[in-house]
Design a protein around this ligand. Structure first.
Ligand code: FAD
Ligand code: NAP
Length: 339
């Protein structure tokens, strides 16, 4: 039996600590309840908003007049695929980092670089989460969804998810059209350390042949804790903008003006310029506008300085976008889901 609540405060459910009231709100604990909730909203002709742990969304200050479905579908299980691979499957409301810890402790390879990312595993495919040179798509096997229209369950394999840089079919064409109910990952029993990102390799003191996933995981947790704001202390949604990719001629012009520009050559011939570098160079690191601020250790993260509204964060984001555009002729695109 669904427990539909009314007028629920949504700011408690987002790591920005921002959001108005939900007219209707329900927590679902299994696929059956999720289907019931979707069906209930459809019969009432209500919009649906799925919330995992709210760590990649900026909700409006105004009330949401539809049904918020808070995903609490838990459980982790595994199955041996062959001598080299294990399939780990988790309920979509399972905390991502719990799945990482489960796998790393069992010495399965693949998730260690993605340690300590907030959120649920169900939201991980939505933006194809990535960090330290690894993306979800690299270890993704399949996922199950409930289709809002048919209420039927469908399975998506990797090739059907349109995974791209911080994007997927679930962030674009299928946004608000499906509920991801479980996710399966293909993890390796064979050692596959990925240490090419920045100075990650230098931080690992062990000989490469003795390395275990936990060694890499620990190093990453340490860097992340030293650099990123804990949402419990400072409301935030991680990187607010995507890293822009620009054409070579545009980059060459910038390089003349800013010889210290940071950049990475991409396989498609474009050049990735870290958005954090652009924002910092534009003078925004550690600065604020009203109750919205730019994190002092990584300018890509916008923070709630306490009591900020959605409008405050959006105003700061707009101001930064305009400033970066003026200085570098680059249009920053938000990574956070803005409602
Ligand atoms: P939510 O914010 O609850 O939802 C995000 C979007 O997915 C929403 O549009 C929502 O409707 C949709 N959604 C959620 N669950 C489902 C579902 N079951 N079915 C269908 N749609 C769904 N991201 C990275 O990629 N790399 C990082 O290194 C990283 N570091 C971060 C560090 C910090 C401090 C913070 C605060 C965030 C960071 N993020 C990072 C962003 C965030 O953690 C991820 O995007 C995460 O996957 C969001 O999970 P969530 O459960 O909180 O999603
Ligand atoms: P960082 O190491 O200071 O690097 C800044 C940017 O440069 C990163 O965004 C990264 O792009 C890029 N970069 C660095 N080394 C690279 C390499 N060898 N090849 C290609 N690109 C490289 O970044 P950070 O802020 O401390 O974050 C570390 C990692 O965690 C990054 O992968 C970042 O994406 C991830 N992270 C993500 C979020 C989020 O909310 N999305 C929040 C915190 C951290 P990429 O972003 O493309 O990797």
């Amino acid at each position: 039996m669904l427990n539909i609540q009314e007028n629920k405060v949504l700011s408690f459910y987002t790591t920005f600590n921002i959001g108005g009231l939900a007219k209707y709100f329900v927590e679902v604990n299994d696929e059956y309840e999720a289907r019931e909730a979707i069906s209930w909203a459809k019969h009432k002709d209500l919009e649906i908003l799925i919330i995992g742990q709210g760590s990649n969304m900026l909700l409006p200050d105004e009330d949401f007049l539809g049904l918020v479905i808070k995903n609490n579908i838990k459980g982790i299980k595994e199955e041996k695929m062959d001598d080299n691979y294990i399939i780990v499957t988790a309920g979509s409301g399972e905390t991502w980092d719990e799945v990482v810890k489960y796998s790393v402790n069992k010495k399965y390879w693949g998730l260690e670089n993605l340690s300590y990312i907030p959120g649920t595993i169900g939201a991980a495919p939505v933006q194809n989460i990535g960090a330290y040179g690894v993306e979800l798509k690299d270890i993704f096997y399949s996922l199950r969804v409930i289709n809002f229209n048919s209420l039927k369950t469908e399975v998506f394999k990797a090739s059907e998810c349109n995974f791209d840089y911080r994007s997927s079919i679930f962030k674009k064409q299928l946004k608000n059209k499906v509920f991801i109910s479980s996710v399966s990952l293909k993890l390796s029993l064979e050692a596959k350390p990925q240490l090419n990102y920045g100075s990650l390799g230098k931080l690992i003191k062990k000989d490469i042949y003795e390395l275990e996933p936990i060694d890499i995981s620990k190093a990453i947790v340490e860097i992340r804790k030293s650099k990123l704001p804990e949402p419990e202390e400072w409301g935030n949604s991680g990187s607010f903008f995507q890293n822009p990719k620009i054409k070579k001629d545009h980059f060459e012009k910038l390089k003349v003006k800013y010889p210290d520009i940071k950049y990475y050559n991409l396989d498609d011939g474009l050049i990735k310029v870290p958005a954090g570098w652009l924002i910092e160079k534009a003078g925004w690191k550690g600065k604020s506008l009203g109750k919205a601020g730019v994190w002092e250790k990584q300018a890509l993260i916008l923070i709630n300085l306490g009591g900020a509204s959605s409008k405050d964060i959006k105003k700061l984001a707009r101001t930064i976008i305009a400033d970066v555009k003026e200085k570098f002729d680059i249009e920053l695109i938000p990574e956070v889901n803005i409602y």
